[in-house]
Design a protein around this ligand. Structure first.
Ligand code: NAD
Length: 264
C-alpha cells in the first residue's frame, strides 16, 4: 500500500478504513481486523462516538489515526481535541480535521486558527479540513498563511468532484474521498460490474482502485473481516485507460449523497 506525501512533509497511507456508524462497543474488534488485513490508517470523528473503541483497536500499532472537530466546537477546539485524545488514549493524533465549515455559523476561520495552534503544540501532527469548498479553503488560508494538508470530501464514481479536486491538486492539498463506494450504491452499476468481471475482482475493489489511480486518499468503511480484507487487497489492482474512461462517464451533477456544505 502506498503513502502520500502531505504539504507539511509528513506521509499518510493512501488507503484507510472508515468507521462511521461502527458502534463504540465493536470498533476495537473491527479496527484490529482492519489492521490485520493491512490497513494502516483509521478514520474516526468525535461525532462518530466511537473514539474509545478505535483507540483500543489501534493501541500498540503504528496506525495513522484521523479524528475530527465537530460543528459545535469551532470556538472550543483545544478542549474538543483534548477529549478526543483522552478517548483515543494517545498524546497526539496524526491528522485533525474540521468536520464541516458550517458557513451559517461563520466560525470555521477561527477554528482553523485553533488547529494551527494545536499543531504547533504537538497535539495534532497534521491538520486539515473536511467538506470545505474552494471559497472556504481560500478564507482559511488567507487568514493564517497555513495550507490544510487534506480536505476530506464526498467523492465516488457518481459524484467525482472534478473541479474541486483540480483546485486542490493545484494548491497541493490532498483530496481524501469519503463515502468512496457511494455507501455501497455504486457497486451494482453495470459499468463497475463489467470492469470487475474483466479483472476477476470485486466491484468494491474496482472502485477503490479507481480512487487510488486518481491519486486520491480513500477511506472505505466495512464492518466484516471479509469486506475489510477484500478492500485492503484493492491496492494491487491496476485499472487500464478504458476502465478509467468508463468510470469517468458515471459522474453526475446530482450524484451527491450527503449534505451540500453550504446548506449547513
Ligand atoms: P462507503 O462508501 O465507504 O460505503 C460503506 C458501505 O459499503 C457499507 O454499507 C459497507 O458494508 C459496504 N461495503 C464496504 N466494503 C464492501 C465490499 N467489499 N463489498 C460490498 N460492500 C461493501 O460509505 P461511508 O461509510 O459513508 O464512508 C466511508 C467513511 O468516510 C466513513 O466510515 C467515515 O469514516 C468517512 N465519512 C466522512 C464524512 C465527512 O463528513 N467527513 C462523511 C461520511 C463518511
Amino acid at each position: 500500500m502506498t503513502d502520500i506525501t502531505l504539504n507539511d512533509g509528513r506521509t499518510m497511507p493512501a488507503l484507510g478504513m472508515g468507521t462511521y456508524k461502527i458502534p463504540d462497543s465493536q470498533a476495537a474488534t473491527v479496527v484490529r481486523a482492519g489492521l490485520d488485513t493491512g490497513f494502516r490508517l483509521v478514520d474516526t470523528a468525535a461525532f462518530y462516538h466511537n473514539e474509545r473503541g478505535v483507540g483500543e483497536g489501534v493501541h500498540g500499532s503504528e496506525a495513522f489515526v484521523t479524528t475530527k472537530l465537530w460543528n459545535d466546537r469551532h470556538d472550543d477546539a483545544e478542549a474538543a481535541l483534548d477529549e478526543s485524545l483522552a478517548l483515543l488514549g494517545v498524546d497526539a493524533v496524526d491528522l485533525y480535521l474540521i468536520h464541516w465549515p458550517v458557513p451559517s455559523q461563520g466560525r470555521f476561520v477561527a477554528a482553523w486558527k485553533y488547529l494551527v495552534r494545536l499543531r504547533e503544540a504537538g497535539k495534532a501532527k497534521s491538520i486539515g479540513v473536511s467538506n470545505f469548498l474552494a471559497r472556504h479553503l481560500e478564507r482559511a488560508i488567507d487568514a493564517t498563511g497555513v495550507m490544510p494538508a487534506v480536505n476530506q470530501i464526498e467523492l465516488h464514481p457518481r459524484f467525482q468532484q472534478v473541479e474541486l479536486r483540480g483546485w486542490m491538486e493545484e494548491n497541493g492539498i490532498v483530496t481524501q474521498s469519503w463515502s468512496p463506494l457511494g455507501q455501497g450504491e455504486v457497486l451494482g452499476d453495470p459499468a463497475i460490474v463489467e470492469i470487475a468481471r474483466k479483472h476477476g475482482r470485486s466491484p468494491a475493489q474496482v472502485v477503490i482502485a479507481w480512487h487510488l489511480a486518481l491519486g486520491l486518499s480513500v477511506i472505505p468503511k466495512a464492518g466484516s473481516p471479509a469486506h475489510l480484507a477484500e478492500n485492503a487487497a484493492a491496492a494491487d489492482l491496476t485499472l487500464d485507460d478504458d476502465d478509467l474512461a468508463a468510470i469517468a462517464a458515471l459522474d453526475s451533477q446530482d450524484g451527491r449523497i450527503g449534505p451540500e456544505p453550504m446548506s449547513m
